[in-house]
Design a protein around this ligand. Structure first.
Ligand SMILES: Cc1cc2nc3c(=O)[nH]c(=O)nc-3n(C[C@H](O)[C@H](O)[C@H](O)COP(=O)(O)O)c2cc1C
Length: 376
């Protein structure tokens, strides 16, 4: 099975399966002399880790990361990257294969078993093998390295819709995101999510969500106008997360209903700093990307996560031998995988930005061409 590698200059290859011994990735292309410890990575893995509240799967995986290579501790006691491949390993400790024995030969409608089997002729019924979202722990680990590559970059995510319930954007408070189990920036709506998801969970069903990722400190100039559009690569990276069925950049689908006047992000000279190369945009409908190239504004992306197929209501399906049957998925599952998708989305955005930052630097050196002098 090929296609396990992400990126161009910042690359990682992920390995492992849900019910194998370990998962992880090998990050290649990280510049040398960047401080990197396991603690820098663990915090992000802890956000994605299962079993942290009644609203996520009760699989108990500590998701402890080990840096196996690519770092060196100098005489000053600081551990830094060496510029060589960084292998990050996370052991699987809480597999329960018997949870899947009843559905061993049956395809879960909405899951990857059928297509995986059509293609490879071998499928790991215990959680889906490479189609299991356990693989996303490797992405989060790689994302933690990526965040350290772009100076001054901050990538944050929030869950802004669960099922039909949307947040009120006027109440958006980033400080609230860590105060509730949903990564929700609206404290009032988090309470609504709580009672709603309790109902979904108790009925053995599942529900979808929308996640918004905001990257600040993205330098202007990342991306390219044709086959390396920054928005195109972000969309691909976010769509590549399990269960994601839609991606928007900036105002996304809502722009279809806007007028040209409303959609245009007007520009002014920065009144405080003068013409220093950073104009002020009066709005950000474009989500920080114009013509595939970052504008220096915050990069904003949203993605929709579907409700997963692990539900207790019997569904019609077929088995591996083409026979009609029914399926019920018991075991430990997330009623709303959108919650744990928040740190995964952040990681993918960080990886795309690190990759583009290094590609930009490779072609252009530091900085951008603008501003020009009048008459030059
Ligand atoms: C964090 C996370 C956890 C997931 N856990 C489950 C799960 O417990 N049961 C399930 O059916 N799907 C789960 N999924 C979704 C499946 O991995 C995904 O739907 C499946 O691989 C098919 O791929 P697709 O939905 O991208 O087409 C999860 C997704 C994410 C992001």
């Amino acid at each position: 099975m090929s296609f396990n590698t992400f990126g161009h200059m910042f690359r990682f290859t992920s390995f492992g399966e849900s019910h194998g011994a370990a998962i992880g990735c090998v990050v290649d292309g990280c510049p040398p002399r960047i401080p990197l410890t396991e603690a820098d990575i663990q915090g992000y893995l802890d956000k994605r880790r299962p079993g942290q509240s009644r609203f996520t799967t009760q699989r108990q995986e500590p998701d402890t990361v080990k840096i196996m290579s690519g770092v060196f501790t100098g005489e000053d006691g600081r551990q830094v990257t060496t510029g060589t491949p960084i292998m990050l390993m996370i052991e699987n400790v809480d597999q329960r294969s018997k949870d899947y024995s009843d559905i061993k030969d049956k395809y879960r409608p909405g899951h990857a078993g059928y297509t995986y089997d059509v293609k490879y002729g071998i499928t790991d019924y215990r959680g889906g093998g490479r189609a299991s979202a356990r693989e996303t722990a490797a992405r989060v680990a790689a994302g933690a390295v990526a965040r350290k590559i772009v100076p001054g970059l901050t990538v944050r995510g929030a869950l802004i819709q669960m099922g039909p319930h949307k947040i009120d954007r006027a109440r958006w408070d980033w400080n609230e995101v860590s105060n509730n189990p949903f990564f929700c920036p609206d404290a009032k709506q988090a309470k609504v999510f709580e009672s709603y998801l309790d109902g979904v969970r108790k009925s053995g069903s599942s529900v979808g969500a929308v996640i918004e990722i905001v990257a600040e400190g993205v330098p202007a100039g990342l991306g390219a106008p044709v086959y390396a559009k920054l928005d195109g690569d972000l969309a691909g990276a976010l769509m590549g997360i399990n269960a994601v069925k839609g991606v928007e950049i900036g105002d996304g689908f809502a722009t279809a209903a806007m007028s040209g006047e409303d959609n245009a992000d007007e520009m002014r000279k920065n009144p405080n700093l003068g013409n220093d190369g950073k104009p002020v945009f009066l709005s950000n409908h474009a989500g920080g990307i114009l013509g595939g190239i970052s504008s220096g504004q915050a990069v904003v992306a949203r993605f929709a996560v579907k409700p997963t197929s692990s539900i207790l209501t019997p569904r019609k399906t077929v088995d591996r031998y083409g026979r009609d049957t029914e399926i019920v998925t018991k075991g430990r599952h997330d009623p709303c995988v959108g919650i744990r998708a928040v740190p995964i989305g952040e990681a993918m955005v960080a990886c795309v930005l690190a990759d583009h930052y290094l590609m930009h630097r490779g072609q252009m050196g530091e900085g951008t061409a603008w501003p020009f002098k009048p008459g030059a």
